[in-house]
Write a protein that binds this ligand. Structure first.
Ligand code: PRP
Ligand code: ZN
Length: 286
């Protein structure tokens, strides 16, 4: 089956919706009937395996799946022999230490001699070692957040995204151990055909991810302000400037990075921009 690439996705959980959405925005159509283990696309030579996220690196290393989308946290823990093909920048989260919210906390020495429940024993061991703390690590595979409540541990080290899991279990986050985001991983021995399919998928992902980062901006400004405004909008290329019917005025079109928008908008308004429109970009090829 060298003409089809197998992609492992998380079957349910934090990563699963974002990964499916990304694949759809890449124009790959598939039926993701919940509860299914496998599915194929109708318009791209790809097959999907829906698995537990913790199992994905192992399946990719063994070649059961060719590629996979997982959280970096799972890779750092298991250190599987796979290639990291791309950081995807979504499903951002952190692996953090948390303790019952009523406890007082100063620094990591709090954990000296304490019991900590986690699904990430290797990462946590390294962390405590770097801090010179001796704690006892209890590895559990799920529902880590309930461990302190039932007297199994004094604290936990778990993935935090919105923080609601900690909050509803009466815990507070006290140390960030690592940051994590979704990544694309690949088997190291992909055939040339599969490697080519992976390149095609990564190109589409780049196109979708850059579009998410940028907005299209249109504005009107008096001609004498155009140079100053252009300097605030480096865009991808230089902005397009077109004369308006109104004498002495021009319209300027450019792209702007989403995270710079609020910083730039004040400057261009002060420089005389009017009628500013900001639009989403669907695809962007750089
Ligand atoms: C993690 C973690 C919490 C949740 C935290 O689970 O174990 O349950 O996410 O998110 P929140 O801060 O938004 O509440 P994960 O998605 O890794 O699933 P898993 O534990 O089943 O592998
Ligand atoms: Zn998990």
């Amino acid at each position: 089956m060298d003409n089809v690439i197998r992609l492992a996705l998380q079957k349910s959980g934090r990563l699963s919706d974002d990964s499916r959405k990304l694949i759809k925005e890449c124009g790959i159509k598939f039926n993701n009937g919940m509860g299914k283990l496998k599915s194929s696309a109708t318009n791209f030579p790809i097959e999907f395996l829906f698995l537990r996220d913790d199992d994905i690196p192992g399946y990719v290393a063994d070649g059961v799946a060719d590629i996979g989308i997982v959280g970096e946290n799972v890779l750092l823990e298991a250190k599987p022999d796979v290639e990291l093909s791309k950081r995807l920048g979504f499903s951002k989260c952190r692996l953090s230490l948390a303790i019952p919210k009523e406890k007082e906390y100063s620094d990591a020495s709090y954990f000296e001699g304490k019991r900590v429940a986690t699904s990430y024993p290797e990462i946590l061991k390294d962390y405590f070692k770097s801090k010179g703390v001796n704690a006892s690590i209890h590895e559990i595979s799920g529902s880590v957040e309930i461990a302190p409540g039932i007297g199994l541990a004094d604290g936990v080290c778990d993935i935090v995204s919105s923080g609601s899991t900690l909050f509803t279990n009466g815990l507070k986050e006290v140390e960030e151990v690592i940051k994590s985001e979704a990544v694309m991983i690949a088997n190291k021995g992909l055939s040339a055909e599969k490697r080519k399919l992976l390149e095609q998928i990564l190109f589409r992902i780049d196109t979708v991810l850059s579009a998410r980062n940028y907005k299209y901006i249109l504005l009107n400004a008096p001609n004498e302000s155009i140079e100053e405004i252009k300097a605030y909008l480096p865009g991808v290329n230089s902005p397009t400037v077109m004369p308006l019917a109104k004498e002495g005025w021009s319209s300027l079109h450019s792209v702007i990075q989403e995270d710079r928008f609020w910083e730039v908008i004040e400057k261009i308004k002060a420089a005389g921009a009017e009628g500013v429109l900001v639009l989403p970009i669907e695809k962007m090829i750089q």
